[in-house]
Design a protein around this ligand. Structure first.
Ligand code: TXA
Ligand code: MG
Length: 310
């Protein structure tokens, strides 16, 4: 049975994690499916619970820069970004320190590790109560829409994990932005909840997008998929469709942001997909401007609309 814990029950959740069990918890981006990041068994259980097709590397969640320094050698620009944006929706990929206590399975055999200090107070409280790094991909079955509420987590993973800590709806609503480093130069590995423009401003240099195949589940084309068919850049609603609108869209069944605010739209995106998927076989989506958080929103929408095998 999967328990639903309130933030007051954080000690029960931390105890379950210490016993090697899996606990879903809120972050400001999406809910994470957490397990002990030092334990190959716990990390293997995460892949099993998600039904992930392959062992892709996971993000390790830590409390702060000091905890990151125990695990990885942060390049100069990584430290600058961590100081500017942690805790927050930014993941940094850096070389693992020799002898660091990290599950090799979490790194999927790579010499680097992805690290993030989440800003959600309940996520931070869980990290403090547990006292170690938590490996945590988004808490959804592989290939499905990411969860932004405890109810979404329960709908996808109930019976497969020890519990969920309910911290309400996630504020950002999109996974973190992932930055790697190539000879010390920043590279965008995944657009996400922190607009790349902010990163470029702090580093005072352009951040190039990664070219070619990142070995990343977030990079699988058909990811974040609803059951319903998805039609993008819709300017009308066709019979049988429910419209997810943006800006002025009087026919919308749900509107990501009537005022055209991309931050509000990001926060509502996954919940809107979950909601429309439950009531319609076909979903149309208004076009979303491709700047700021719109880049990450469009990335997720294109993946959700991509042809799939199943
Ligand atoms: O917002 C988020 O980032 C959420 C919440 C729960 O924190 N987590 C999340 O984790 O989205 P996950 O496992 O779904 O995404 C991990 C991403 C993948 O695209 C993975 O390939 C990439 O991080 N990644 C992890 N380690 C990497 C590495 N060493 N090199 C390159 N990419 C890496
Ligand atoms: Mg995911």
């Amino acid at each position: 049975m999967t328990e639903l814990w309130s933030p007051d029950d954080i000690d029960h959740a931390a105890e379950a994690l210490r016993r090697g069990k899996l606990v879903a918890f809120p972050t400001e981006t999406v809910y994470g499916l957490g397990g002990d990041g030092r334990s190959d068994e716990a990390v293997a259980a995460i892949y099993a619970a998600k039904g992930r097709p392959s062992f892709n590397p996971l993000i390790l969640h830590i409390a702060d820069i000091d905890a990151a320094d125990q695990i990885a050698d942060l390049p100069h620009d990584a430290r600058t970004l961590a100081e500017a944006f942690w805790p927050g929706p930014l993941t940094l990929v850096a070389p693992v320190r020799p002898g660091a206590e990290v599950s090799a399975l979490a790194c999927a055999g790579l010499p680097t590790i992805a690290l993030r200090a989440p800003a959600h107070p309940v996520g931070q409280a869980l990290l403090a109560a547990f006292g170690g790094p938590l490996a945590a991909p988004s808490a959804n079955p592989s290939g499905r829409i990411s969860p932004t509420t405890a109810e979404h987590v329960m709908a996808g993973l109930s019976g497969r994990i020890a519990g969920v800590v309910d911290g309400g709806a996630c504020q950002v609503g999109l996974e973190s932005t992932i930055i790697g480093f190539d000879d010390g130069a920043p590279v965008l590995l995944r657009a996400g909840g922190l607009a790349v423009e902010y990163i470029e401003r702090v580093l005072a240099c352009p951040v190039t997008a990664h070219k070619g195949g990142v070995n990343a589940p977030g990079q699988l084309l058909s990811h974040y998929a609803p059951n319903a068919r998805l039609r993008l850049n819709a300017t009308n609603v066709q019979p049988g469709e429910a419209l997810i609108g943006f800006g002025d869209a009087p026919d919308a069944a749900i509107n990501l942001s009537p005022t055209g605010d991309l931050t509000e739209a990001a926060a509502r995106l996954f919940a809107a997909l979950h909601q429309m998927d439950a009531i319609a076989d076909a979903i149309a989506v208004s076009s979303i401007p491709n700047h700021g958080l719109g880049v990450a929103i469009n990335d997720r929408l294109h993946r959700a609309a991509a042809p799939r095998d199943t």
